[in-house]
Design a protein around this ligand. Sequence first.
Ligand SMILES: *Cc1c(COP(=O)(O)O)cnc(C)c1O
Length: 462
Amino acid sequence: MRYLSTRGDPTLRGFSDILLEGLAPDGGLYLPTHYPRVDAATLARWRGLPYAELAFEVLSLYIDDIPPADLQRLVRATYTEAVFGSAAIVPVRPVEEGVLIEALSNGPTLAFKDMAMQLLGNLFEYELGRRGEQLNILGATSGDTGSAAEYAMRGKQGVRVFMLSPHGRMSAFQQAQMFSLQDPNIHNITVEGVFDDCQDIVKAVSNDLGFKRRYKIGTVNSINWARLLAQVVYYFAGYFQATRNNDQQVSFAVPSGNFGNVCAGHVARQMGLPIRRLVVATNENDVLDEFFRTGRYRVRTTAVETSSPSMDISKASNFERFVFDLLGRDGARTKALFSGGDFQLTPEEFARIGGYGFVSGRSTHADRLATIRDAWIRCGTMIDTHTADGLKVAREHIEPGVPMVVLETALPAKFAETLREALGREPERPAALAGIEDLPKRFTVMPPDAARVKAYIEQHCG
Ligand SMILES: *Cc1c(COP(=O)(O)O)cnc(C)c1O
């Protein structure tokens, strides 16, 4: 399998090359040259597989430059009951008639990003060891990406992490999770700004090709193809749990921010998984909902701070991948649209969206509280604020006979303040994380300035 850029650069690359890259040199995102189709016999065989074996099957279709025995070992070491809390890894539970929740958030940091990041940590260590190289990971986070990356990379050979986060904007729990790590290969930098400032710095540094090469800068943000690929697996796993046979269709509702998670659903659907609808749920930062309703992509100048903060984005960094597919993989047109900021699809382009199964909706703070309350009181399940956005919008798109699977992207313990507001009680916290806020914290504060971040990296590269 070879990989190309969404912006038309004709160079084709292998999986191991793009694994350690972020954006393509032309500023685009990497995608495989095609999506392998999974036929009925293969789907039937996959239905019975344990999660790690299913992951190995899916990944093998896209990775041909790691020996299969090695890939299998890495995948088996990643998706264990010890790390993810159950043999199912992503257990599905019913909420109400026709609606199920797929739990993606039982990993070390209690958010779905562990699903991809834990694999990435093992892939990075393997590939760097094979090449005798080092990598400096530069990332931006509004919370969940950063902690997931740090927990995946801590102590890994050949890897350093430089993680930017908006100063003072993450929950006390999220700050404690990240800043309490004492591993010398983990660096927390808090930027005096919002998440988008952090993301802009990452892009600026990555676009400085000289610096990027000299300091071996890589990324773990959701633009990394390997992360997206790891996420494709749980659409298959969720589908198998929600159905009895492969003639059935399901829909997935996905709490969305940077469009990484739901883009993995798009890939699964393109591979032939019988997905009817992909329901994009946004919070008040509704740039994606507006797009799917109108065909207009209108980047906001700043993100609004909400009680589902991991979805607080003003532009969706992964979204370009879907648009590239929507435009018939026209790199020049994709480049033109995304270099200009805002854009409007032509009516003919907009009409194609239906063929990809996408629908959307938005959810507000009041919706979140009402949905959390209703899920707890009426359905007996406690959900976090992001999953609540997913459930709220899912309910607007339910169709008879088609199970709706809502992806649970975090556990309620991460967002205790809003859970208290909704339920008047404390969410349960896994015992291992009791008192985490009291641990000593390690971080460096900086203005939103790419030059300062570069200087810090230079000083800490050993
Ligand atoms: C990252 C995150 C999201 C958004 O996922 P995208 O892949 O950026 O769309 C939603 N919920 C939680 C809890 C997250 O951490």
